[in-house]
Design a binder for this molecule. Structure first.
Ligand SMILES: [Fe+2]
Length: 211
């Protein structure tokens, strides 16, 4: 049974997958000697999402962890500042149209991101699961979700669902169905259906109440 905290692992997976695409684009561009591929531009929306996510963690998750495991979260906050610096380096390289610097910056960004997300999944969120009550977990996830500005929600759905696999889509849809007011979920459902195309049939097979 999916529960709100599971949505964080799904978002982490989306970050991993998007970073893979960005890094592959940067490497291909560096190999191709044809300048930076326009596809590299997806790093901008990726980072907006990452900043909303990290900010939500700092607002809702880290203070909660502090109460059950003092001095643990500060290391993760330092990681977040490292992600900010990694973005700045990639942004500078892309602005300068420096293909080699972009590939190096993207590789460093990916390395740091992957280790950070693995640590959060295996360590930080294990502490949350083991030591924080389910209602408090759900409240914190709600605060995190509210970091995505309402007017950007469509872009968020259009970014997330095409990236993730059907297992993660199912988890995310079940959580949204559980926590959203029915009319909001009704609209969201139509958008998900649109952005995942033929895979929607599989979603309705897995979650018959979607029909
Ligand atoms: Fe984080």
């Amino acid at each position: 049974m999916a529960e709100p905290l599971d949505s964080i692992k799904v978002i982490h997976n989306a970050f991993r997958l998007d970073m893979n695409l960005i890094d592959a684009t940067a490497l291909d561009s560096a190999r191709g000697n044809k300048g930076l591929s326009p596809a590299i531009e997806r790093f901008r929306f990726f980072n907006e999402m990452l900043v909303w996510h990290a900010h939500g963690e700092e607002l809702a998750i880290f203070p909660m962890v502090e109460t059950v495991a003092p001095s643990v979260a500060e290391a993760y906050e330092r990681d977040h500042r490292g992600l900010d610096a990694a973005f700045d380096a990639l942004n500078d390289a892309v602005s300068a149209n420096d293909v080699l610097a972009a590939a190096r910056a993207s590789s460093a960004f990916k390395f740091h991101l992957d280790i950070h997300l693995e640590k959060e999944d295996a360590h930080l969120y294990r502490i949350v699961r083991e030591s924080v009550s389910k209602p408090d977990q759900a409240k914190a996830v709600g605060i995190m979700a509210s970091q995505v500005p309402k007017e950007r929600f469509k872009e968020y759905i259009s970014w997330l669902y095409p990236l993730i696999d059907n297992t993660d889509r199912e988890i995310m849809i079940r959580i949204m169905q559980m926590v959203m007011p029915p009319e909001v979920f009704g609209q969201t459902k139509l958008l998900i259906k649109y952005v995942i195309g033929n895979d929607w049939t599989e979603m309705t097979r897995r979650i018959p109440t979607l029909e």
